[in-house]
Write a protein that binds this ligand. Structure first.
Ligand code: ADP
Ligand code: MG
Ligand code: ZN
Length: 489
């Protein structure tokens, strides 16, 4: 019997891909020479004034609407004070008690079925900090640290979930759907390995019989994990660690922990700070953010179809729920699927070839649907040959391998290799007649009731046609020819 219930809430930071930073005109481009995208504002020089980036507000509203939040007509900015070398002002401009949006929902799916709906507590706008590069393996034994302020001031939204998830797997499904939803809005690169999407996972165990509030449970916050897989691993480790504490009658301390990719373990970083450690106060240099209904509605009108609408589109076309999720998670796959399905018509067959044989080739060669050497048109060329009966499924797989390598069309390859499956009834009939004429004793055996004899004759025909005849067609023609033969004698 389980003695506790797992409680998980996620805080996700998403970098918005505006051209300029949140409060200055510096570029947000990733990967530039350190400290080249900086100015007095994002370097925190005294006397400078921040000016809010309108595009960042639009992107944040888009995210809020897509996550079914209420966008507040009035929100404001606050200073969150802390001292760390990646933050030159010694405070971060964020939103504290009056965030941009609240009360959203993210449905989570497993193999296409809704598992549950996770609440979104709030979404707020804030600026990113700079990036520290530690010279050494770990902070502890670093020879020194370098600071790069290119990222300081890049716009972020923080999406704070309710503590509604109860397993590492649900956390994975939440992040997957969150990423799906945001990706279609095209407001962020969402690259966890580059840090444009970052996740902090809060984990606690509620012992059975605990009657206090969930917020009061001592929770551990696992900071800045760099992939969905690692969020899942970190949570799994943390559940086991805390369960052992509880089993031993020990208390869990509220703390911030890091995740070590190599060992899959979390490790203590610092005791968890409380909100009042930050001395939040309203940002005096920025006016409140006041949004009119008209403005929010205008942004709403630019939203692309929701992931729910896309799911519907794929399912209506006959794609299996499990495959729908795979296609949905990858824009290029969806674009490929749409194009191929429009050209070919049979969505299921397109999906099967995309997700089995073509995906296998893409994976082996480190490609994706964004870089695939076999275009939707080319795949449809192959599917048409199967549809017409020119190629069997087995032959088509061989042709696809060849298409992938040579980037030639299916038609060309088939012609070159003389691969076509013979379906022409007249051509087959000729071979069948020859076979019947030269194997009379076998034909007599068949006529006297030895069913097996027919198999031998089919085999002879296949041999003569080098396997290019369709066995079912051969079978039928063979029976016809033998019937004619029997009538003659
Ligand atoms: P903080 O700044 O202290 O991290 P936030 O309000 O930004 O606080 O985020 C709190 C997060 O912790 C939310 O995602 C919330 O769902 C989650 N949370 C609250 N209580 C628990 C709990 N008992 N166990 C796990 N997560 C929790
Ligand atoms: Mg937080
Ligand atoms: Zn700047």
């Amino acid at each position: 019997m389980r003695k506790y219930e797992v409680i998980i809430g996620l805080e996700v930071h998403v970098e918005l891909k505006t051209r300029a930073k949140l409060f200055c005109g510096c570029s947000t481009e990733f990967g530039a020479e350190p400290n080249t995208h900086t100015c007095p504002v994002c370097l925190g020089m005294p006397g400078v004034l921040p000016v809010l980036n309108r595009q960042a507000v639009v992107y944040a509203i888009k995210a809020a609407l897509a996550l079914e939040c209420t966008v507040h007509s009035y929100s404001k900015f606050d200073r969150k004070q802390y001292f760390y070398p990646d933050l030159p002002k010694a405070y971060q401009i964020s939103q504290y008690d009056q965030p941009l949006a609240e009360h959203g929902h993210v449905p989570i799916f497993n193999d296409g079925a809704v598992v549950k709906t996770v609440g979104v507590r709030r979404i707020h706008l804030e600026e990113d900090a700079g990036k520290l590069n530690h010279l050494g393996q770990r902070l502890g034994d670093a020879k020194g640290s370098l600071v790069d302020l290119n990222r300081a001031g890049v716009p972020l939204i923080e999406i704070v979930s309710e503590p509604d998830m109860s397993s590492a797997d649900e956390a994975r499904l939440y992040l997957t759907e969150l990423r799906n939803i945001l990706s279609y809005l095209d407001i962020s690169d969402l690259r966890m390995e580059e840090g444009s999407m970052r996740c902090d996972a809060n984990v606690s165990l509620r012992p059975s019989g605990y009657t206090g509030s969930v917020e009061d449970l001592p929770r551990v916050e696992i900071k800045n994990v760099n992939s969905i897989r690692n969020v899942q691993r970190g949570i799994e480790f943390e559940i086991a660690r805390q369960a052992e504490f509880l089993a031993n009658g020990e208390r869990i301390v509220k703390e911030t922990r890091g995740f070590d990719d190599q060992s899959g373990r979390t490790y203590s970083q610092r005791s968890k700070e409380e909100a009042n450690d930050y001395r939040y106060f309203p940002e005096p240099d920025l006016p409140p953010l006041v949004l009119s209904d008209v403005f929010v509605r205008e942004v709403k009108d630019t939203l692309p179809p929701s992931t729910q609408a896309l799911r519907q589109e794929l399912r209506t076309a006959g794609v299996q729920p499990k495959d729908v999720e795979v296609i949905l998670a990858d824009h290029s796959a969806l674009a490929f699927w749409r194009q191929a399905t429009t050209l070919f018509g049979d969505a299921r067959m397109v999906t099967n070839w995309m997700l089995s044989d073509l995906s296998r080739l893409l994976n082996t060669h480190g490609h994706s649907f964004a870089t695939t050497p076999v275009s939707p048109e080319a795949l449809v060329g192959l599917l048409n040959l199967i549809h017409r009966g020119t190629l069997s499924g087995r032959m088509a797989k061989e042709v696809l391998d060849n298409m992938y390598e040579t980037q030639r069309s299916a038609e060309e390859i088939v012609k070159d290799l003389g691969m076509s499956q013979i379906t022409d009834a007249d051509a087959i009939k000729k071979v069948v007649e020859e076979t019947v004429a030269s194997h009379r004793p076998v034909v007599e055996d068949y006529l006297s009731g030895k069913e097996k004899a027919l198999g031998f004759l089919v085999g002879q025909v296949m041999k003569k046609t080098k396997g290019q005849a369709k066995p079912d067609v051969v079978n039928k023609i063979l029976k016809d020819v033998i019937r004619e033969y029997a009538e003659k004698i």
